[in-house]
Write a protein that binds this ligand. Sequence first.
Ligand code: PMP
Length: 484
Amino acid sequence: GQVLSCRPLVPGRSRSKTGKDVTESCSDLSRPQTPLEGLPVLKKAKGHYWYPSNGPKILDACGGAGVACLGHGRPDIIKAVNTQMKSATYASYAHFQTPPVQELSDWLIKSTGGEMQKVYVMSSGSEAMEAAVKLAVEYFRWQGQSERTNFIARHDSYHGTTIGALSVSGHHARRAPFSPLLSPTRFHHISPCNPYRQLPSSSSSTPDWPAYIAEKVAELEATFTTLGPQTVAAVVLEPVVGAALGCVPAVPGYLAAMKAVCERHGALLIFDEVMCGMGRTGWLHAWQGEGKEPAGVVPVPDLQAIAKGFAGGYQPASALLVGRKVAGAMERDGGGRVFTHGHTYQNHPVVAAAALVVQRAVEREGLLENVRVQGELLGRLLRERLGSHPNVGDIRGKGLFWGVEFVKDRVTKEPFEPGLGIAERVHKVAVGGFRVLVYHGQGCAGGGRGDHIMIMPAYTISERLVGEIVERVAGAVEEVFRRL
Ligand code: PMP
């Protein structure tokens, strides 16, 4: 459990001027930073481990930013990507269709039971969310409703780094430097679904979920009324809030209730499944898991963004999935309505080939079942090991997507002062002393306060490694608060 000190690295070197081992990570993955500054040099990544150029291997408990869903360096995936590289390294989406894009699109549409009808393959979550925002506006223009240009999203949310995606985001720290560029009259934010922060603790009784959801519905309804229902293009939600809050799943029935409000007012529903989608929750699409809950209604979105686990990091891959309603409008009148949007690298054949082979592996190897089984174990072990720690406020998640929120006081739920950088300390001690990588973030209690870590191992994780992750993470947490 030795904790290494943190110092900047000269890119390409692995020792400081003093010759001391500096392979521990100093990164704050929740905040943008200068590329390479202070980061260890990675020699290779294989299976569930990162191998820095100096120091022992690091157990990967978060797949980077929740990306590496099959682990690192799988020969079968690399081979499929290479095969595509040999047949066509690139094709402009404006000039050609390519077999991997066609096959991937068909596979994705089928995976939604035909609820989604069109697929745009892109390269990042931000691009997919940016496109969703633009397509919503263009859809309503086709419908003769060009006044529908307002968006309702939620506070404590992150939907991407480009202007449109950042405008939708309710991430105050990331918005602040660019606020003059983010329209305050188009993008509106309501409260998230975050019972830990919004309801008083009660160990004896289950919260009154219907009453809680009714409050959220009333808030959304009131926002529609204030804006004028006929001016709202879409409501934007992340079914399980990842980086902004630390793996907070929607209360069962909440997503369906939000969808009902959208339908009542003729607005679209956009799901951001960039982080929680493509198997992370134990269901291929997070919304599909909702139907299994007691509430029973499957909240199908109109537009859906996917990324991260889509190609598991073997290529930079994302996609915008277009539901029946919007796709139908595009097909009307002989399909002449074309989305005024396009990237040079859109529908990239190598990206599509990587996503396709990753998804085929998830399917063939029955990995969604493993996500559900190991996810339950991960949640149970985290609670057993850390559930009564005086500085652990909440442990929550779904599938292999678990968050631990730290507090100064378990009763009042008071967060730590942001300057203490608690989540970052846990991350550093986890990597430096316990050789396990977790994803850390700040801001989960609103207003930029609050600390959490996220645990998102590969879908191929074993029972033994789940146990090891929990032991190492718990060791790091205990050490940080012992020293505080
Ligand atoms: N939406 C969500 C929910 C995300 O977690 C992220 C990235 N963390 C994004 C959008 C943006 O994706 P990217 O960083 O690939 O642009």
